[in-house]
Design a protein around this ligand. Structure first.
Ligand SMILES: [Zn+2]
Length: 319
């Protein structure tokens, strides 16, 4: 009898170890979804259902979300310590001046853009920031002497810092945004829907390679097909993350370390699953103050058509 228990115990250990060893990188591929980049046709470039609304964001308090290390990747070793500590005697609000004698430490603010285009081509005109407006934003931000960070560089900084983010990966990010970005030497992060690569109205593989090679743009995950994540199983979430990572890694040589939740739809479960693959998560919660955010549920400031550079600074609390 004892022997039987021993055998059962041994078998259970083997199963448990195999399960633990199968991390995020070895996910079952779904043969059903064989859609490759570029096959998407006849789709409206702007996804109106998900980007215009701002669903409530459930943000887990930092201590309840185990932020695990991302899977082994070829990404450069990042600043891994993101201690989002509460105020103390340091004013952590973006734009706030540090208390006398305190270290000058700021929590970055993130700006959320979609398209930089003169003429809107859908009724969601707010998403179409004019090129002249975007240039004004960069002028004012540079004049404010802030640092530009990529989405995966989120960390406390000694001076004001800003994270420019572009959702979905529209074609104008290359034709309109990229030239202005180069003019000011600013950095931006594109959260790419990888199933849309090469689709009409979206970035092509060549554009992505060129932008990534410039060192001014990083591509991070916006999942593979832009689903509402709160309705997915753990397995489906993992597949969305893995497929997106596989495609971005092959194009840019760099694995994504940040995710932007499609439509801002997120809950504690999604955050826990995302933490297995990413170090940072961005929501559509509209706030410049990230100092009390979970690193996997960072807020952003929504930038709309018609906003001047002065209006952006004012929204950041820097005006
Ligand atoms: Zn999106």
């Amino acid at each position: 009898m004892k022997k039987v228990f021993k055998i059962i115990g041994f078998l259970m250990s083997v199963v448990l170890l195999s399960y633990m060893a199968a991390g995020c990188a070895q996910l079952p591929l779904r043969p059903v979804d064989t859609q490759t980049a570029g096959e998407t046709t006849g789709v409206q470039p702007v996804d109106p259902s998900l980007e215009q609304t701002e669903p409530p964001v459930t943000t887990a308090p930092p201590e309840t979300t185990p932020v695990t290390q991302p899977p082994e990747t070829t990404a450069p070793a990042p600043a891994q310590t993101v201690e989002v500590t509460g105020g103390g005697n340091i004013d952590l609000s973006p734009g706030g001046e540090p208390a006398p004698g305190a270290a000058a430490t700021y929590a970055p603010s993130a700006l959320m853009y979609h398209l930089i285009l003169e003429q809107p081509y859908t009724e969601l005109t707010n998403l179409f920031v004019r090129p002249s407006e975007f240039e004004d934003h960069l002028q004012k931000l540079c004049a404010a002497d802030c640092m530009f960070l990529f989405a995966d560089e989120y960390a406390m900084t000694e001076k004001r810092s800003i994270i420019l983010t572009f959702d979905d990966g529209y074609e104008d990010n290359y034709t309109q945004m990229f030239p202005i970005l180069k003019k000011y030497g600013a950095k931006a992060t594109v959260f790419m829907i990888t199933s849309k690569i090469n689709a009409p109205g979206y970035l092509t593989e060549d554009m992505i390679r060129e932008m990534a090679a410039s060192g001014l743009v990083r591509f991070e995950s916006h999942t593979h097909t832009h689903p509402s994540l709160t309705s997915l199983s753990a397995e489906d979430l993992a597949w969305q993350f893995a497929e997106s990572g596989r495609i971005l890694s092959s194009l840019t040589g760099r694995a994504p370390r940040a995710i932007c939740y499609p439509g801002g739809t997120v809950n504690d479960f999604v955050i826990r699953e995302a933490a297995k693959c990413y170090s940072f998560g961005y929501t559509t919660h509209n706030s410049p103050d990230t100092s009390s955010c979970d690193p996997l549920a960072l807020s952003r400031v929504r930038v709309s058509r018609g906003m001047s550079g002065g209006a952006v600074l004012s929204r950041l609390g820097w005006g």
